[in-house]
Design a binder for this molecule. Structure first.
Ligand code: S3P
Length: 171
């Protein structure tokens, strides 16, 4: 069985995914970490040296690879994963358990202002401009995120409470 978490950068996919995998005794995999390990490079270096297109190609390949194993897995995707090529279709084809972790623009901008360094898409955006950037970007991406079987509203909730909400929806 596969449980896939999708959502914007900073929406808590990794934190929640890890805790949920522990609780369910599933394996946990963070797609970004898998890419870093497989490519032997940090994401920001892949973007800088090989370009975003290369990153998206690899992201697609590794997504296919990890979704077609037999293991029980909680998979945290990258913020852009569902928004390129046929990735969202691939996710939905492989599992009914795709969850969009939805966080408000305000909350995302606050969280991301402290976590920009390793995220090439936002690292040069001044904190004051983050809400506008995130708002526009999220508007474009919501089309893809909303295809997930379930949307979990995550503002002002502890990871444990979000996990409880997800658990009862798993099929
Ligand atoms: C990206 C999100 C990042 C990472 C890459 C691109 C995006 O993952 O995959 O920097 O396009 O939103 P996180 O959502 O884990 O930050």
């Amino acid at each position: 069985m596969k449980i896939v978490l999708i959502g914007y950068m900073g929406s808590g996919k990794t934190t929640i995914g890890k805790k949920m995998a522990d609780k369910l005794k599933f394996d946990f995999l963070d797609l970004d970490d898998y890419i870093i390990e497989s490519e032997g490079m940090a994401i920001r270096d892949i973007f800088k040296e090989k370009g975003e297109l290369y990153f998206r190609k690899k992201e697609h390949e590794y997504l296919d690879e990890v979704l077609t194993t037999e293991q029980n897995l909680v998979l945290s995707t990258g913020g852009g994963t569902p928004c390129y090529g046929k990735n969202m279709e691939t996710i939905l084809k492989n599992t009914p358990n795709a969850f969009y972790l939805r966080v408000s623009i305000k909350e995302l901008a606050q969280r991301l202002s402290k976590e920009k360094e390793y995220r090439p898409l936002i690292k040069n955006i001044p904190d004051d401009d983050l809400p506008e950037f995130v708002g526009k970007h999220l508007f474009e991406r919501s089309f893809f995120y909303s295809k997930a079987a379930h949307t979990i509203m995550c503002d002002n909730k502890e990871p444990e409470d979000i996990i409880k909400e997800i658990e009862v929806l798993i099929t």
